[in-house]
Design a protein around this ligand. Sequence first.
Ligand SMILES: *[C@@H]1O[C@H](CO)[C@@H](O)[C@H](O)[C@H]1NC(C)=O
Ligand SMILES: *[C@@H]1O[C@H](CO)[C@@H](O)[C@H](O)[C@H]1NC(C)=O
Ligand SMILES: *[C@@H]1O[C@H](CO)[C@@H](O)[C@H](O)[C@H]1NC(C)=O
Ligand SMILES: *[C@@H]1O[C@H](CO)[C@@H](O)[C@H](O)[C@H]1NC(C)=O
Ligand SMILES: [Cu+2]
Length: 220
Amino acid sequence: MLKVTVLLALGGFPLVLGQYGAPAGGGSSSASATPSATASANPNIHTVSVGQDGFVFTPNTTVASVGQQVEFQFFPPNHTVTQSSFENPCQPLSSTSFFSGFMVTQDSPGPQTFTVNITDTNPIWFYCAQNIPGDHCAIGMVGVINPPTSGPNTLEAFAAAAKKTNSSIAQPSVMGGVVASRTTSAPTSASSTGASAPKQIASISGIVSALAGFFALLLV
Ligand SMILES: *[C@@H]1O[C@H](CO)[C@@H](O)[C@H](O)[C@H]1NC(C)=O
Ligand SMILES: *[C@@H]1O[C@H](CO)[C@@H](O)[C@H](O)[C@H]1NC(C)=O
Ligand SMILES: *[C@@H]1O[C@H](CO)[C@@H](O)[C@H](O)[C@H]1NC(C)=O
Ligand SMILES: *[C@@H]1O[C@H](CO)[C@@H](O)[C@H](O)[C@H]1NC(C)=O
Ligand SMILES: [Cu+2]
């Protein structure tokens, strides 16, 4: 009876280690993988991930200078980036304001990017126009480029107004930016490195567990 307990204790300890290791990397691959201009080889391209961490843009605020570009990278399953006014969230700013189209992918990020040029420093408010399984814009999938540095037009106010809408509206076609194959380094590179470490911990603990069990058996 005592021997059985020892065996279980030896075997169980590494298992617990393994369980702690897995969620840290596997569950949320996002925490350490905030994409930014540093993820891109070109400092004039700001990267924003779309749907990487759920119904959000990451980062949700970008400060970009005239002449720079903002490149949106799309995560599964099916999101957009769509420009709106501050006053009317979740609907297009105009009949020509930017819209990426519905970007469908199973890859993280997907193979196609959508890039907009920064031609002035006025605020650019945007949202996701997907309504399945709910209104992404109302859920909080909103962001801004060059927000006002003071005054009431904050991202928080924009998100609060978006929350009151019933559905978000897409443009009839892709416009206002360029769809291209992704060439910049994936923001996932940081997270995949992070994710592999706990797997190694898990497998090392698995070996320790097996050895411990083996020696425990010998002792019996
Ligand atoms: C992506 O979402 C749009 C809008 O909801 C929908 O029309 C389209 O069928 C979706 N595409 C896929 C492959 O699910
Ligand atoms: C924007 O992102 C920051 C950092 O993740 C977060 O703390 C903040 O709540 C977000 N704001 C909105 C309005 O979603
Ligand atoms: C949203 O829908 C509710 C009922 O589902 C309705 O009472 C309300 O007027 C709608 N709001 C807008 C802005 O359409
Ligand atoms: C943005 O600028 C590049 C040149 O730097 C150009 O090729 C592209 O068409 C421009 N995008 C838009 C939407 O005008
Ligand atoms: Cu979305």
